[in-house]
Design a protein around this ligand. Structure first.
Ligand code: NAD
Ligand code: UD1
Length: 316
């Protein structure tokens, strides 16, 4: 039976990945500091190592004996990383290097442990060539985007110098059940969905004309699983994980209020500094080489997310 490590496995995306691995009968180990993740996102008896991905001791303890590692632990909020520049750099870039280093040291029979890690569409910055392909120049606008790009560069070093195979997935805007609706640092869909269901006004940063490519977490898990199968020693690859579609934040709010059956009330605040104006990805390379495309239509996936949130509110 295969044993896998997920760093950040108590979080939104990581806990869905853990569910998929456990459902197919694999063993899962999780390293998480519970800074944004929650213990209750996991089954009761799931193995959890509480610790910081910046600590070499903890990462090596967690990596020992596994067949592969999905590295998802990070501070995922772009605005929080701008506010907490140095601490977020330590987690988002040094944490990635720790994982590559442990993969090198703890490999068996000279074969490093394969790593699939979360990069981000934030590496592109405001690139006008939409939908943006992996070959486009990376021009991050924020500390978060710079550290994700830095992690990709170190992944290349890990492969070239140390033979560590990795696949970096540039997730666009992921949403779905378990994304925290109560933190201002969480993803926009979970925040809007909760407020709309509670008949509260939503806050749009700027004019609402900013564009995003939203992808459902159920699709993202398929990319994560497939990426591990493809990861090979000495090779560092990068793929967009996106739909190729695009909606404005204002359109998103209107869609959510219609699906939630609630009147939409909007307040506008200042635009966030470093906020990308338009982000939409080209899914072609992943379709060709991973054989995968996003399958969930936006409306259906938003409906699923609203239903999950309403159910959780009733249960609590
Ligand atoms: P999340 O905040 O729900 O999950 C991150 C997890 O990492 C949490 O469980 C948190 O407790 C843990 N963590 C944070 N710092 C840690 C540390 N120092 N040591 C150990 N654990 C730590 O966020 P998510 O949306 O599930 O994001 C997962 C990954 O995907 C992150 O790397 C994020 O940057 C990336 N990503 C997310 C999106 C998105 O739209 N959600 C898009 C692009 C990239
Ligand atoms: C998100 C992810 C980031 C990822 C990136 C990839 C989170 C918290 N952030 O960043 O990890 O790397 O996608 O594309 O998951 N907005 C409002 N009102 C709100 C909240 C947000 O108007 O209450 C706006 C923001 O200004 C932004 C858009 O909605 O223009 C999306 O914001 P957010 O969900 O925070 O995502 P990104 O910053 O795109």
């Amino acid at each position: 039976m295969a044993t896998w490590l997920i760093t950040g496995g108590c979080g939104f995306i990581g806990s869905h990945l853990a569910d998929a691995l456990l459902a197919r009968g694999d063993r899962v180990r999780i390293l998480d500091d519970l800074s944004t993740g929650k213990r209750e996102n996991l089954p009761a008896r799931q193995e959890l190592i509480l610790g910081n991905v910046v600590s070499s001791e903890r990462v090596e303890q967690a990596m020992d004996g596994v067949d592969g590692c999905w590295h998802l632990a990070a501070i995922a909020s772009v605005s929080r990383c701008n506010e907490e520049w140095i601490p977020s750099h330590q987690v988002n870039q040094t944490g990635s290097i720790r994982v590559f280093e442990a993969a090198r040291r703890l490999g068996r029979q000279g074969r490093p442990i394969p790593v699939v890690y979360a990069s981000s569409a934030a590496v592109y910055g405001d690139n006008p060539a939409l939908p943006v392909a992996e070959t486009a120049e990376a021009r991050p606008l924020t500390a978060y985007g710079a550290d994700k790009l830095g992690s990709e560069l170190h992944a290349r070093v890990a492969a070239g110098v140390h033979g560590v195979g990795s696949t970096g997935l540039r997730f666009f805007n992921v949403f779905g059940p378990r994304q925290d609706p109560d933190s201002p640092y969480s993803g926009v869909i979970s925040i809007f969905a909760r407020r709309i269901l509670d008949s509260l006004p939503i806050l749009i940063h700027g004019d609402g004309g900013q564009i995003r490519d939203f992808i459902y977490v159920g699709d993202v898990v398929r990319f994560l699983l497939r990426a591990m199968e493809r990861t090979a020693p000495g090779r560092a690859e990068i793929f967009n994980v996106c739909t190729g579609g695009a909606v404005t934040i204002l359109e998103l709010a209107q869609l959510l209020s219609r699906l939630g059956g609630q009147e939409l009330r909007i307040e506008h605040g200042p635009a966030r500094s470093g906020d990308i104006r338009a982000s939409s990805g080209d899914p072609g390379r992943a379709a060709r080489l991973l054989g995968l495309r996003a399958e969930w239509p936006l409306e259906l996936a938003l409906g699923q997310t609203l239903a999950g949130l309403a159910e959780r509110s009733q249960a609590s």
